[in-house]
Structure formats: C-alpha cells, structure tokens
Ligand binder design. Structure first.
Ligand SMILES: Cc1cc2nc3c(=O)[nH]c(=O)nc-3n(C[C@H](O)[C@H](O)[C@H](O)COP(=O)(O)O)c2cc1C
Length: 213
C-alpha cells in the first residue's frame, strides 16, 4: 500500500503512543487488511489461534457500545474529573492523558473503524487470554506504519455480555479489547513515557539494578 511510511521496527516501537484524537476519515479496506494480516502473525500458545477479529464500521453498533464505554469511563475516571484536573503535580493518569481519554470516551463512535479481538475459551488458561496481546501490538504497530492511530481500550467491559449479544459472538468467546483506529487529528507520534528501563529491570534476582551506561 502506497500510504505506508518506511519505518525501522525500533523507531516504530519508540513512537507509538495511544492516539485518542482521531478523524472520522475512512480507512481504505486494503489498508485494513494489511493491519489485520499483521495482527494475525502474532504468537499464540501452541499456535492455536483461537481468535477472531471483529471489524466494526456500523454506526449504530458503535453508538451503542460507546454509551456502554462512557458509563465505564464515568465509573473508573470521569467522576474524579475535578480532582485530576486540579492535580498540579500531575500524578497518576495525568491531566493530558485524562483529557485525551475523556475525549475518546465521548467520541469513540466517530473513529471510522474499530477492531475487536475475540478469543475462544479464554477461561481455560491464562495463556489462552494472553495469547492475543502480541497480535494486538502488531496491529497497532502496523497501523503506525500507515499513520493510523490506535488505543487498546477496555472500559466497555462491564457490558461484556451485551457486547457479545450485539456482535453475535459465540458463547465461548470473549472480547479481549476494543481498538478504535483512525487518522490522528491532534497529538504526535511521541515516545511513550515510562519508568526508566533501569528501574524495572532486575538482573538475576529481584532488586538488583544496574545503570545502563
Ligand atoms: C489492558 C489495557 C486496557 C486499556 N484500556 C484503556 C481504555 O479503556 N481506555 C483508554 O483510553 N486507554 C486504555 N488503555 C491504554 C492505556 O491507558 C495506555 O496504554 C497507557 O496510558 C500508556 O499510554 P501511552 O502508550 O500513550 O504512553 C488500556 C491499555 C491496556 C494495556
């Protein structure tokens, strides 16, 4: 696909934050296929691939799930709005992330495409569920290559059964996230901010840290 940026793998990894301000502009199906085909190259335990990838473009479906998502947002974060906005120390989620996540909660349905990874028989073992996340990261990095923003989201989860019914998922299936995709309307491909790698790396035993030099 010609809209693809030639990007070094590490450069892509270091410049793929959550992108929550998205334009409604459509994503060509050819590009979507590329993203999905990158996703399914991810690893699964025993290469079982007990997954399905639900692509949602239908506005009615998106609207309904956005309402459920917004409820989840209010419960988890929205009701602490004043406190977070007033927090000059910017601890925790931080004001900027809060505002971007609030924006997404209100505009989720405007993202032109959602991808909902679905996994069968998740409750059998932890590995079954965790098998999907490498693929999800592949999807988001492939999206990055096309200049398409993404965020792995979960705040609809209190309505999992409703979502399953709406999407007509089989009984043994679970949604593993909801990834809104779209061309970013603001923000940039900045490096994700994290606790420094030296602080979270333990050499041979827990608590043994070395400087990176
Ligand atoms: C399991 C999981 C669930 C998440 N759920 C949500 C969500 O419901 N809504 C949202 O806006 N971001 C969600 N995120 C995105 C995180 O908030 C984001 O990855 C984190 O703040 C780091 O952002 P950054 O990569 O832009 O630095 C989720 C991430 C993960 C891994």
């Amino acid at each position: 696909m010609d809209s693809r940026e030639q990007l070094d793998v590490l450069a892509a990894i270091h410049s793929t934050p959550a992108r929550r301000y998205l334009k409604p502009d459509p994503i060509p199906d050819g590009v979507l296929w590329e993203l999905l085909d990158a996703a399914i190259r991810g690893p699964t335990g025993g290469n079982r691939q007990g997954w399905g990838w639900v692509v949602v473009k239908n506005l009615e479906i998106k609207r309904q799930i956005q309402e459920w998502y917004l409820e989840g947002w209010e419960q988890a974060y929205g009701r602490r709005r004043e406190e977070v906005i007033a927090d000059t120390e910017d601890t925790g989620l931080g004001k900027r992330n809060f505002l971007s996540a609030e924006h997404l909660a209100n505009h989720l349905h405007e993202a032109p495409v959602w991808v909902i990874p679905v996994q069968r028989n998740v409750h059998r073992s932890l590995m079954t569920g965790s098998s999907v996340y490498g693929a999800v990261q592949n999807l988001m990095l492939a999206a990055r290559a096309y200049g398409i923003g993404a965020t792995l989201t979960s705040l609809y989860a209190a309505h999992e059964e409703d979502v399953k019914r709406l999407l007509r998922l089989p009984d043994d299936a679970s949604t593993m996230g909801l990834i809104p995709l779209g061309y970013p309307s603001r923000g940039r491909w900045a490096e994700p901010k994290r606790v420094p790698v030296e602080e979270v790396t333990h050499w041979d035993s827990w608590g043994a840290h070395y400087p990176r030099d």
